[in-house]
Design a binder for this molecule. Structure first.
Ligand code: ADP
Length: 257
């Protein structure tokens, strides 16, 4: 690979393998995500999507494989034990922001306080700066007027949008979404997907686990179809979603469309 091509890559994954007991959940995953691209992980339940996503920021520790996000690379087979290993994992984790199925907001803190917590406490950035940036982010997710609200005063969709703003506040290199709309009432799904589409248009690099196929087709630059812990098929949505070549992909899409 040339140096320029290497610099255009934000995420590089090689040979990722992870077991839980006897279950080989990831069995050698390789992919690249160019800077500013959206990668959607599709596949049946249990195929390893969430485990792969969580491995990208070392929330899971694979037995083998390499994850690189920009200049931070972790070779899991060579990860030291104890404090040194935790430090390496922590450096990789700091490269990404994660948006979970449910928002995990602090219930006794306002929307604004929830968003500035990470920048001020974990990153020790000046509070005024964090507040100013949080307000910009809240505008971006369409909640500029809800800074002083408490989570219980918001709808599920609004809470999830606060969760997105909170992930972005840490200025991550990539944003990882783990089924961000699967816990929402159907009428609230659209507003969250719209925010994610805006982020894609703004040039964020994202990896998204979702079952929303239409959305996947609109947002993804590349789709990875997983089954049984391997990538069965990958390519742009026009290929993987519209014209799947593999029988397992065809069967999956037929079931959910
Ligand atoms: P998906 O996101 O595609 O539904 P997951 O990555 O969540 O798949 O899970 C893949 C497999 O790994 C499943 O069989 C699941 O039961 C198993 N698994 C996931 N996490 C754990 C864990 N912490 N301990 C044991 N098994 C797990």
């Amino acid at each position: 690979m040339t140096e320029t091509a290497e610099q255009d890559l934000r995420i590089q994954v090689r040979g990722l393998a992870k077991s839980f007991g006897d279950a080989h959940v990831l069995r050698g995953i390789d992919f690249d995500s160019p800077r500013g691209s959206s990668t959607v992980l599709l596949g049946p339940s249990g195929s390893g999507k969430t485990t792969l996503l969580r491995s990208l920021n070392a929330l899971e520790t694979p037995e083998r494989g390499v994850v690189r996000i920009d200049e931070v690379e972790v070779d899991f087979a060579a990860l030291p034990t104890g404090k040194a290993g935790r430090r390496e994992s922590g450096r990789l984790r700091a490269q990404s922001g994660m948006v979970f199925q449910t928002h995990n907001l602090f219930p006794h803190r306002t929307v604004l306080e929830n968003i500035i917590e990470g920048p001020v406490i974990a990153q020790q950035r000046p509070k005024e700066e964090a507040v100013a940036e949080a307000k910009v982010l809240l505008d971006q997710v369409g909640l500029g007027d809800r800074a002083d609200a408490y989570p219980y005063q918001l709808s599920g969709g609004q809470q999830q949008r606060v969760g997105i703003a909170r992930a972005l506040a840490l200025k991550p290199r990539v944003v990882l979404f783990d089924e961000p709309t699967s816990a929402l009432d159907p009428e609230l799904v659209g507003e969250v997907l719209a925010v994610i589409k805006d982020l894609a248009a703004d040039g964020w690099t994202m990896v998204i686990v979702t079952h929303e196929i239409r959305f996947a087709g609109q947002v993804a630059d590349q789709v990875l179809f997983l089954d049984g812990g391997v990538i069965v098929e990958q390519g742009p949505p026009s290929q993987v979603i519209e014209h799947p070549q593999e029988e397992r992909t065809q069967r999956f899409l037929k079931r959910i469309l």
